[in-house]
Design a binder for this molecule. Sequence first.
Ligand code: NDP
Ligand code: MG
Length: 381
Amino acid sequence: MILKRIAIIGSTGSIGVQALDVVRRHPEKLEVVALAAGSNAELLARQAAEFNARYAAVFDKAAYPELAARCRCWTGAGLEAVNFLASLDEADLVLIAVSGAAGIYPTYEAAAAGKTVALANKESLVAAGDVIMPLARASGSMILPVDSEHSAIFQCLQGEKESVFRLWLTASGGPFRETDIAELEFVTPEQALRHPKWNMGKKITVDSATLMNKGLEVIEAHHLFAVSYDQIGVVIHPQSIVHSLVEFVDGSLLGHLGVPDMRLPIQYAFSYPERWESACERLNLLQLGELNFYPPDHKKFPALELAVSAGRRGGTMPAVMNAANEIAVESFLEGKLRFKDIPVMVERVMGQHRVVANPSLSEIMAADKWAREACRRILRK
Ligand code: NDP
Ligand code: MG
């Protein structure tokens, strides 16, 4: 057993904090060398002290004086400092736990540097999967999924990658699975943030309520597992016990079951190719009762098909869809946009976009910026 030296980009968020909990339980196997966050210097400094990190950085330069004052290790600020930690020589494994398109650059840097990347940030693959995956293959970087569905599929594919017929992503259905379509009109941010099964950051929680999250995950699966969109299905599974499945050519299905606890997929990405003990609750099959599976309601939740259509269109369209969704979610949380108008806004911006085929990273970032401005123009009207 060798000690893995890890860097966590986004250590102060929901995934980052749970990742540090995994490290806490395996001090003989994992060592934190670097931590980065957006602006929460106070928590970042406490984490750096507890885990004896050698490097700490904030993206937001305004938070730097506080970080520097509180830390005894190397400190830095801004995108360059974050990218430096994402590709740090001293790290074997980099966890990208940033939320949103802000994860694109650090993921790109970690992949370019040939790191093993534990990837929680799905938006980087959604927007730039066509650039990041070939880059990772060329540099020898291994991308290990942290998103629970993709970790489940990755685990089902161990030892058998050839005879896949279809991947099945499960979805809890979110807090409005049983809400009448007419009532979605009046949904508040508070209601949307109350997820029935998972406790997560705000952006992904709203994405789970619109089912946009599952659309992003279809695109993520397309890139991670190199399968066509026709080979990816989505099924609603309210209990969130079966985390996803692989259907093979003979009709057999392999599924991954467990309690809904993100520390499991985080730990698997850290331990791979090994499997370690965990302190997570164990699934009690004797008390489980029924597991249900239903088709998604596309009329009520149009965001799912909208995202998949952006993935199928390809080029810069997924980046535009993703960026428009980020602005729409932010506006909804600020009370400036109704819940039902999140997919409406995304569709409008997608309709205005002139797609660039085979884009470079800078063309993807330009499309992302264009989409954000297009959203703000629509919001002003
Ligand atoms: P949070 O919003 O809880 O955390 C985001 C983290 O990223 C924070 O540490 C934040 O710092 C940091 N951050 C923000 N901007 C930057 C930046 N520009 N550079 C460096 N760090 C930055 O998000 P989640 O943990 O919920 O989600 C993270 C990612 O994981 C998302 O892509 C999400 O889709 C995915 N995911 C999350 C799951 C979950 O259970 N939460 C499940 C499956 C996937 P600060 O605190 O200072 O703002
Ligand atoms: Mg997921």
